[in-house]
Design a protein around this ligand. Structure first.
Ligand code: AMP
Length: 339
């Protein structure tokens, strides 16, 4: 234990989370979880289930509880290891809402209103533009900074929110003349952040967009979804740019298939010989080969309530230890009562 602690002191800290709004899909996997698994080997990692964040879209309570359990089981099934990383549920850490309140005092309405994710959400849920939605980047910054994380493995959609976290860290440090917080950055092992598209022709794959392939999907379901994916009537000239819907299928091919397979279909496309039916069959086969081992594990772990309980109880304890240390420092710097 002591040795572990010393190891952590010299390791960089990593934090990331996923909202419990449904099953994990292959976008979550390639955009986030794949990196979590690699990073837990060499970093002090905190991976959490962002249940406070999911309230910004008002799920019903039964859903929330069920989805927290689902994401936890799926985290573990994909390879997150509670012995290597701290795995916890956001609402199990009361230090988070307190620090969120403090950070809200340093966040300006104008900058929050300008974030792309906020504008997108307003468009999607015009009848539910709640204050939590506006201050989402503040809560996200809190999640990161409460553990003084340096690296945040996220998908491309979170790039701007990460910029906000950096801004809040810098602002706090400047305001209180301290160097308490590091400036965290989005991380993908030096590569471009990933955006996995949906099967509906445009935009990203999302848990509640109806365009996702879930890690837990049965082979038949995957086949149905891929076969229904949007295509067009085919290229009309050689080496023509791929329209978005077609590019999306190639992006999926790139992450689940071999390079040879990708090149084969790319060449067919460039020579105007592509048959989308063949491409979809291959894509189906490769997605199933990729997700099936996860699926079996998910089903097994989901049935083990005692194990799930043990993991989050232990995770909450470790997360609170780290969070309360930072919160104490923050309270001290701000200057709350000391007598
Ligand atoms: P969410 O499902 O929105 O809670 O996102 C959880 C994590 O998955 C975040 O790091 C996102 O950036 C990432 N993510 C979600 N959807 C995608 C996608 N379609 N492509 C790449 N990354 C994604």
């Amino acid at each position: 234990m002591r040795q572990n602690r010393e190891r952590y002191l010299i390791m960089e800290t990593v934090l990331s989370g996923i909202r419990p709004t449904g099953n994990l899909h292959i976008g979550n996997y390639f955009g986030a979880v794949k990196n979590f698994i690699k990073m837990q080997e060499e970093h002090n990692c905190f991976f959490f289930i962002a249940d406070f964040h999911s309230l910004t879209t008002h799920p019903i309570p039964g859903d929330l509880h069920g989805h927290v359990k689902t994401v936890l089981a799926e985290y573990l099934a994909t390879g997150l290891d509670p012995e290597k990383a701290t795995i916890y549920v956001q609402s199990d850490v009361p230090e988070i809402p307190e620090m969120y309140l403090l950070f809200n005092m340093n966040a300006y309405i104008g900058e929050l209103e300008r974030t792309t994710t906020f504008k997108e959400k307003i468009r999607k849920q015009p009848d539910n533009v709640n204050a939590g939605l506006l201050t989402y980047p503040v809560l996200m910054a809190t999640d990161i900074l409460i553990h003084k994380a340096n690296k945040v493995p996220v998908g491309k959609d979170q790039e701007q929110n990460l910029e906000m976290a950096r801004k809040f860290a810098k602002r706090f440090n400047h305001m209180y003349n301290t160097d308490l917080f590091p400036e965290p950055s989005a991380y993908n092992f030096g590569e471009e952040l990933v955006k996995i598209p949906g099967l509906d022709g445009s935009g990203k794959m999302g848990k509640s967009e109806g365009n996702a392939i879930y890690l837990v999907d049965a082979p038949k379901e995957i086949e149905k979804k891929v076969m229904r994916a949007v295509t067009d009537s085919g290229p009309t000239a050689k080496n023509q740019d791929k329209p978005e819907a077609i590019q999306n299928l190639f992006t999926l091919l790139k992450v689940v298939s071999s390079t040879d397979t990708y090149n084969y279909f790319d060449e067919k496309y460039n020579n105007c010989e592509i048959r989308y039916g063949d491409l979809k069959k291959q894509l189906t086969k490769d997605i199933i080969a990729f997700t099936n081992p996860f699926r079996e594990k998910i089903l097994e772990i989901s049935a083990n309530d005692a194990y799930l309980h043990k993991v989050v109880t232990q995770g909450a304890e470790k997360a609170r230890e780290s969070a309360s240390k930072t919160l104490k420092e923050v309270r001290n710097v701000i200057g709350f009562r000391k007598f």
